[in-house]
Design a protein around this ligand. Structure first.
Ligand SMILES: O=C(O)CCC(=O)c1ccccc1C(=O)O
Ligand SMILES: [Mg+2]
Length: 363
């Protein structure tokens, strides 16, 4: 069980600083090896079928800058801080050599799950996406959308991998009543490891968590979308909104800052990807390897959702885990093949410059 959410394990400490002033490499140096790659997805995920990422090379190795397309300069500056740590500072010492990884199952019709799961190999846990909304302007597909489809997907995963822990991720897609009903019914199919962001908002999570307790539904709640900004995790802990938090290295500004944020909440953390290439995944592995406690498998298997990756062999779990003992180096040929068009090279350099200005201004 996690610590009492009202009592963080540690008194709040100042976070490790963001790179600014002399800690900020010159923009020209950051951009020296900058290359945008576009990696095709096997299935639509987070509304997209191609993931673009800007790769950088610093003295410590390759680094990834890949804020989601809708993010502005302020938010993206944290993603850049994570890249600067990866390439120009390096990561803190690990306390374990390998991290367990879950398979990720997008909102697919149940019969498409078996071939997808094969790509991940044996895994200790599977994350199933639920509460998927139809793409704007399209009709819902009963094999994909709605609680019945969610139940069928979870049942199929449990049938295929009866020994794997099953967790779900609703991406804040349910309202309170739907979440309560869905979690009630899901708990009968399989005891869930946890439910990730079943409803929007910290207050929404806290209210649902209380309602579950009142019904003796033992499903733990994980906060994901509610911990995007670095001030959020403490607010989640203080509101008793979650049993654990999902943390991603890039939005939290790097491995050291993410470590400090987790520590401050006193909650257990699950490290997940932001749909990074193998280069970014290595940062998640570095965080997971450095956390004092790691009771859950990490959502770092998502390179298996791409048809191609810049690293060969890609950072896909081997026997359910990823090694924290080496860093990925992009393959020159793969990098050339996956190189995004010039328009994207320009657009991403502008995004990087905008994020850089935020860090340079000390904001
Ligand atoms: O946690 C995982 O298994 C994979 C990561 C994942 O689901 C994800 C990837 C990109 C954007 C959002 C999310 C999410 O957890 O909601
Ligand atoms: Mg999530």
């Amino acid at each position: 069980m996690s610590a009492d959410p009202a009592e963080p394990a540690e008194p709040a400490q100042p976070l490790p600083p963001l790179p600014t002033g002399a800690d900020l490499p010159p923009l020209e140096e950051l951009l020296e090896h900058a290359t945008v790659v576009a990696q095709p997805m096997r299935t639509r995920f987070r509304g997209t079928t191609v993931r673009e990422a800007l790769l950088l090379r610093g003295p410590h190795g390759w680094a990834e800058f890949s804020p989601f397309p809708e993010y502005g300069a302020q938010e993206s500056s944290r993603w850049l801080a994570a890249a600067i740590e990866a390439g120009w500072q390096g990561w803190p010492e690990p306390v374990r050599t390998h991290v367990p990884v879950n398979a990720t199952v997008p909102a697919l019709p149940a019969e498409q799950i078996a071939p997808l799961l094969e790509r991940f190999g044996p895994v200790p846990a599977v994350k199933v996406k639920v509460a998927e909304q139809p793409a704007p302007g399209t009709a819902p597909d009963p094999r994909v959308h709605g609680v019945e489809a969610d139940l069928a997907r979870v049942a199929e995963v449990h049938r295929l991998l009866p020994d794997a822990a099953v967790r779900i991720d609703a991406n804040a897609g349910w309202d309170h009543a739907t979440a309560l009903e869905a979690l009630r019914r899901l708990a009968v199919v399989v005891p869930l490891e946890y439910a990730e962001q079943p409803v929007p908002g910290i207050q929404g999570l806290a209210r649902l968590r209380e309602a579950l307790a009142a019904e003796h539904i033992p499903t733990p709640i994980a906060a994901d979308e509610s911990v995007r900004k670095e001030t959020d995790p403490l607010a989640v802990a203080q509101a008793g909104a979650a049993d654990l938090i999902v943390v991603k290295v890039q939005p939290l500004g790097g491995v050291r800052r993410a470590l400090a944020i987790v520590q401050a909440t006193g909650l257990d953390a699950v490290v997940s990807s932001a749909l990074d290439t193998s280069v970014g995944i290595a940062g998640g592995v570095a965080l997971a390897a450095a956390l004092p406690r790691l009771p859950h498998a990490c959502g770092l298997g998502t390179v298996a959702l791409f048809t191609q990756d810049v690293v060969d062999p890609p950072w896909i779990p081997d026997d359910g885990r990823l090694a924290a003992t080496s860093r990925p180096v992009p393959d020159g040929e793969a990098m050339a093949r996956l190189r995004a068009p010039e328009e994207a090279q320009r657009r991403w350099r502008e995004r990087l410059a905008g994020a850089y200005q935020v860090l340079a201004a000390g904001e």
